[in-house]
Design a protein around this ligand. Sequence first.
Ligand SMILES: Nc1ncnc2c1ncn2[C@@H]1O[C@H](COP(=O)(O)OP(=O)(O)OP(=O)(O)O)[C@@H](O)[C@H]1O
Length: 271
Amino acid sequence: MYEVTLSNVNYSYGDQRVLQDITFTAEPGDFVCLLGPSGCGKSTLLRLLAGLSFPSSGGITLDGKQISGPGLDRGVVFQDYSLFPWMTAGQNIVLALEQAFPGKKKDEYRETAAGYLEMVGLADAYDKLPGLLSGGMRQRAAIARAFAINAPVLLMDEPFGALDAITRARLQDLLLQLWQQRQDERKTVFFVTHDVEEAILLANRIVVLGVNPGTIKGVFEVDLPRPRIRQELYHNQTFQTLRDRLVTVLYENILSELDAGQIVASQGDGI
Ligand SMILES: Nc1ncnc2c1ncn2[C@@H]1O[C@H](COP(=O)(O)OP(=O)(O)OP(=O)(O)O)[C@@H](O)[C@H]1O
């Protein structure tokens, strides 16, 4: 179980400051949701955590070590592009297993991959190319791959953003079920979403980012017991109060940006 620490992280694309002074520690086994308006730098922050880019200043440590690039200690699930399209679902997982646990027999990798596909309800998809799977099935396979390599940190960038409401609810439940399975081995998760209710359902803590530049506007503890039952949550007073607070913080930020004459979201994208 890894602690993830961001210390005074700044990031700019050229002259544009995107993230400013991001300081936050995810405790080992935390489920952290990143919420914020479009363009506030959520994906950029995830890229920094993935080691695909590096902070302009400040630092990020995983289990006390500075991130020096991508690594097998982090499983990644993005909205698209999570699987190699030219490999079957099974081959995608086998490849990840070969990299994470080198030196085993091919059959062993295949068996493990098949087991993880079965776990996410995709027993029949081993030999199917991602292009032949629905969006929900592709994300199941991507989750299976992330859990198969058993990385202590899981980075998810709007993984369910393109899915219909029912598939989304099923995958949220699946993700929680997998994450909760072993309390002593819980992954530290960073999950980007635009959806306030999704964030409350999933997270221990919600980090709200503001835009222009992306700064932390607030960190909210989600004080709701687990397992969380969706139907019960909506009637829960703590859930409702937290949802109202989050919406208020998000809209205060957006409205102040609009007052300043800036456009914060492109059409239909984000809150
Ligand atoms: N490769 C890039 N080059 C230059 N600017 C970029 C690049 N990628 C992102 N940006 C800019 O950085 C800012 C933050 O983008 P980012 O994608 O991290 O935001 P986000 O919060 O994830 O947005 P969304 O919710 O719409 O996905 C935006 O203003 C965006 O235009």
